[in-house]
Write a protein that binds this ligand. Structure first.
Ligand code: PMT
Length: 397
C-alpha cells in the first residue's frame, strides 16, 4: 500500500510550488493528500489540489468529511508524514506556541507522524527574533526543517525566505519516508500483454494475458526513479502517468516498437505473451463459415520473430535482459532452456493455466539465472515486480 504524505499548504505566494511538490510525491509512488488554511484558499482554489490528488481537500475545521466527524484526528492518523510547504511565519508561530485554531494547525498538533516544515516568507520576517525563536523551538521538539533559500523574493526584497526547490523538498521527504529511488537515471523497457494476429477483420489468434504484470513492472520502475517505456499489446488498462506507453497489436508491431527503444535501455523486461505464430495470409474481408472457406477450416501459420531472442542477441555490455517463461510444467528446467536460447540474463518462470498467471492479481515465480534459482512465493503482481527489479538492480554493473 502506498504511504500517505499529508501536504499542508498555507497562504503565501510560493503556493504555486506546492503543485510541483504534490506531483513529485505522486511520481515517487506516494499518496499525497492536501490540507489548506483559509488564507491559502485566497491564493488558490482547493479544486486545483483536488484535481491533482483526486482526493478531497480539507480546509475548514468543521467541514467534516462525510462519515468523519473528527476530521483533524483522522487526517493526522492517515499521515505517514506531514509536510507543510510553503509554511508561513504565522503558521510556524502557531505550531510553536500550541495554537490550534484551524484544521491545519489542529492536525499538526494531533499527528504523531514526522512533521516537516518548509518555510517561505519575506527576509525580514524570516530573520525576525520571533520567527527564529519559533523555528528553534520546533527544531528542539524534533520538527524537521527544509530551510528556505536566499534569493529574489516575491515582495521585491533579496535575502533568505524563498521556499526550497520543490525537487529538494520531494527528495528529502522520499528519503525520510523510506521509498527506494534506486533506479534513478536508468531507462527501463517493458513489454506486456498479448499480441493479436488477425485471421480476418473479425477473428484473431491471441491469449488471455491482461497486461497486469507488465503494468506493475512499469509502475514499480517509475516509482523507483526510472524513465520507463512500456510496449503493450491490446489490454484494457489505462496509460500510467509518466510512463511512455506504446500500444501495439501484432508481434511484428511489438518487435518494431521494442527494436526502436531497446538500445537506449539499461534494463529490458519481456513479460508480454507474444503469439508464436500468425496466419500466413490474413483475409482482408470476413471469411464465410457457410461457404466452408478452406482458409477458415485450415489456417496456414508462419512463425513470428522471437522478440526476446532478437534483442538478447543484440544486447550490449551493461544492459540487463530479463525474459519470462509461461509454463504448465517443469518451470525451472524450461526457464533454463529459454535463458540460454534467448541469451537473457534471467528468466522469470511461472506456472500458467488452472487460474494461474494469466489475468490474476497475484503470482508466484522463480527467477532463473545462469548460476542461481530464486524462488518468489505467491504475492501481488506489484510486489513481484519489485522483487524482479530488486534482482535486476543488484545484478547490474
Ligand atoms: O499479463 P498477465 O495477465 O499479468 O499475465 C502474466 C503472464 C502470464 C503473461 C506473464 O507472467 C508471463 O509468463 N509472460 C510470458 C508469456 C510467454 O509468452 O511466455 P513464453 O514462455 O511463451 O515466452 C518466453 C519469453 O519469450 C517471454 O519473455 C516472451 O515475452 C518472449 N517471446 C516469446 C515469443 C516471441 N515470439 N517473442 C518473445 O519475445
Amino acid at each position: 500500500m502506498k504511504k500517505t504524505v499529508l501536504v499542508g499548504v498555507t497562504g503565501c505566494v510560493a503556493i504555486y510550488k506546492a503543485c510541483e511538490i504534490v506531483r513529485g510525491l505522486q511520481k515517487a509512488g506516494l499518496r499525497a493528500k492536501v490540507v489548506m488554511t483559509e488564507h491559502a484558499t485566497e491564493f488558490v482554489n482547493p479544486a486545483l489540489f483536488r484535481a491533482l490528488t483526486r482526493e478531497p481537500v480539507a480546509v475548514g475545521l468543521f467541514d467534516d468529511a462525510p462519515g468523519d466527524p473528527i476530521h483533524h484526528i483522522s487526517l493526522s492518523k492517515e499521515a505517514d508524514l506531514f509536510v507543510i510547504a510553503p509554511c508561513t511565519a504565522n503558521v510556524i508561530g502557531k505550531i510553536a506556541n500550541g495554537i490550534a485554531d484551524d484544521l491545519l494547525t489542529t492536525t499538526a498538533m494531533a499527528t504523531t507522524a514526522p512533521l516537516v516544515i518548509a518555510p517561505a516568507m519575506n527576509v525580514n520576517m524570516y530573520e525576525s527574533a520571533a520567527n527564529q525563536e519559533n523555528m528553534a523551538t520546533l527544531k528542539r521538539r524534533g520538527v524537521r526543517f527544509i530551510d528556505s533559500e536566499s534569493g529574489y523574493l516575491a515582495c521585491g526584497d533579496v535575502g533568505k525566505g524563498r521556499l526550497a526547490d520543490p525537487d529538494v523538498i520531494v527528495s528529502e521527504i522520499v528519503e525520510m519516508i523510506g521509498v527506494k529511488r534506486d533506479l534513478e537515471g536508468k531507462r527501463v523497457l517493458v513489454t506486456t500483454g498479448p499480441t493479436i494476429e488477425p485471421i480476418d477483420p473479425v477473428r484473431f489468434i491471441s491469449n488471455p494475458s491482461s497486461g497486469k504484470t507488465g503494468f506493475a513492472l512499469a509502475e514499480a520502475a517509475r516509482e523507483r526513479g526510472a524513465e520507463v517505456c512500456l510496449v503493450a499489446g491490446p489490454v484494457a488498462l489505462d496509460d500510467l502517468p509518466d510512463v511512455e506507453t506504446v500500444r501495439v497489436k501484432t508481434a511484428l508491431e511489438m518487435l518494431d516498437a521494442v527494436s526502436r527503444r531497446f538500445d537506449g535501455s539499461d534494463i529490458a523486461v519481456f513479460s508480454a505473451a507474444v503469439s508464436d505464430f500468425r496466419p500466413k495470409d490474413p483475409s482482408a474481408s470476413k471469411l464465410k463459415k457457410d461457404a466452408c472457406d478452406s482458409r477458415l477450416s485450415s489456417i496456414e501459420l508462419v512463425e513470428n520473430p522471437d522478440i526476446l531472442a532478437t534483442m538478447g542477441a543484440r544486447k550490449h555490455a551493461g544492459q540487463l535482459v530479463v525474459g519470462f517463461a509461461a509454463e504448465t510444467e517443469d518451470v525451472v528446467e524450461n526457464a533454463r532452456k529459454k535463458l540460454v536460447k534467448k541469451n537473457a540474463d534471467a528468466i522469470v518462470g511461472n506456472l500458467v493455466g488452472d487460474g494461474k498467471g494469466f489475468g490474476t492479481d497475484d503470482n508466484e515465480a522463480v527467477i532463473v539465472t545462469h548460476d542461481d534459482v530464486v524462488r518468489i512465493p505467491l504475492m501481488s503482481k506489484r510486489e513481484l515486480a519489485d522483487a524482479i527489479l530488486d534482482w535486476a538492480r543488484s545484478n547490474q554493473a
